[in-house]
Design a protein around this ligand. Structure first.
Ligand SMILES: *Cc1c(COP(=O)(O)O)cnc(C)c1O
Length: 363
């Protein structure tokens, strides 16, 4: 089978060395695994997220959504209420989780091409004193929209609201310090900007807040406190079978992030990829869904060409045969496709992609 690069929001293109790290078996009880690998990862994640103290991390089996569900299902107590900001599929998913788990919640809905309205958020918090938590997606992978992290963090701080951030597709690819932003819980996963493979997610949170979730979980396997407590007390041991190979690959991915000179350097590479991509696509006659000021450096939505010759599947297959896999659109009211620039992707790859798109000529 022909190899191709994934220009997707994750799973994404990983290095050969990350893949090779999985060619060995590990025992979940052994110190070589738990102390050397898991504990090391937990510490590194906290240092990537902040230079300040008071934060801890916990790894959780499953795709990223399992980690989101673990936080929402554990952090919101019976007398609490959460405000969810929704301007895309992942915001909507958080609302769905709250609905299914019968968590008291309010949703502020915006369209997928709209930025959350800060005044409305403040007003909602001030009008409903019961609201204790707020959840927002940082980069809405649905469109590639970057939501106003600093402004919403400030509103949460001023109103004494615990801020839960889904930074799934942005952590590792965009620089920020979670302590500066006073974030309560931040969620991400192995197969996004850290450039590992899928199999687990992780939560970086204020230690005091994780401790306060004891006994509140609405699920056994997604009990945030219990998972954290077990790792703390047993040198990194997971409660239930851990995805050992995936964890080992993640440890290698963290080494490679350091070799790249950290998040700042990676963020720069992604941003270069993204601007090359948008610029090149415009030259080819494509139009981005969002205005430039709303774009993240992570993934970009393009409007499907308005041409009888265009068909996503054919376009996709033509690019795949030339070595690139792109992503379908996920916007409800616009016909789009998406191209990611995260993962082991360099400006040279974006240039080759643009050449391939030009050669595909399906519009
Ligand atoms: C990838 C992603 C998730 C998690 O999706 P899974 O398919 O469960 O891994 C959640 N939120 C955002 C913003 C994402 O990009």
């Amino acid at each position: 089978m022909k190899h191709y690069k994934l220009l997707t929001p994750g799973p994404l293109t990983t290095t050969q060395t990350v893949k090779e790290a999985m060619l060995r078996d590990w025992c979940t009880w052994d110190d070589d695994y738990n102390i050397e690998i898991v504990e090391n990862i937990r510490q590194q994640l906290v240092s990537l997220a902040t230079t300040q103290s008071g934060y801890t991390s916990v790894l959780m089996q499953g795709s990223g959504t399992a980690s989101v569900e673990s936080v929402l299902g554990s952090a919101i107590g019976d007398s609490d209420k959460i405000l969810i900001i929704n301007n895309g599929a992942y915001g909507k998913r958080m609302a769905e989780i709250c609905h299914i788990l019968s968590i008291d919640h309010t949703v502020l809905n915006f369209t997928e091409t709209e930025q959350p309205d800060l005044k409305l958020i403040t007003k909602t918090l001030q009008q409903d004193e019961k609201i204790s938590h707020l959840a927002m997606v940082h980069c809405e992978t649905t469109t590639g929209m970057l939501n106003p992290l600093e402004a919403v963090a400030k509103i949460c701080r001023e109103n004494k609201i615990v801020f839960i951030l889904d930074a799934m597709s942005s952590f590792g690819g965009i620089e920020f310090d979670i302590a500066d932003l006073d974030i309560g819980f931040m969620i991400s996963s192995a197969n996004k900007c850290i450039q590992g493979v899928p199999g687990f997610g992780f939560i970086i949170a204020k230690q005091s807040l994780i401790k306060a979730t004891k006994g509140q979980a609405r699920s056994l396997s997604l009990d945030l406190y219990d998972q954290w407590h077990t790792m703390e007390e047993n040198n990194g041991k997971w409660r239930f079978t851990s995805p050992t190979h995936v964890v080992r690959a993640f440890a290698q991915a963290l080494i490679e992030l350091t070799e790249e000179k950290g998040i700042a350097a990676r963020a720069k590479r992604y941003a270069t990829n993204q601007s090359l991509l948008v610029h090149g696509m415009r030259e080819l006659g494509f139009e981005a869904l969002l205005e430039d000021s709303k774009h993240s450096p992570i993934i970009t939505s393009f409007l499907s060409p308005d041409s009888d010759n265009y068909n996503f599947k054919q376009f996709y297959l033509a690019l795949k045969s030339m070595g690139f896999v792109i992503y379908p659109g996920k916007v409800s009211n616009a016909d789009c496709f998406r191209i990611g620039n995260i993962g082991e992707i360099y400006p040279e790859d974006i240039k080759s992609l643009l050449t391939a798109i030009k050669a595909a000529q399906f519009w």
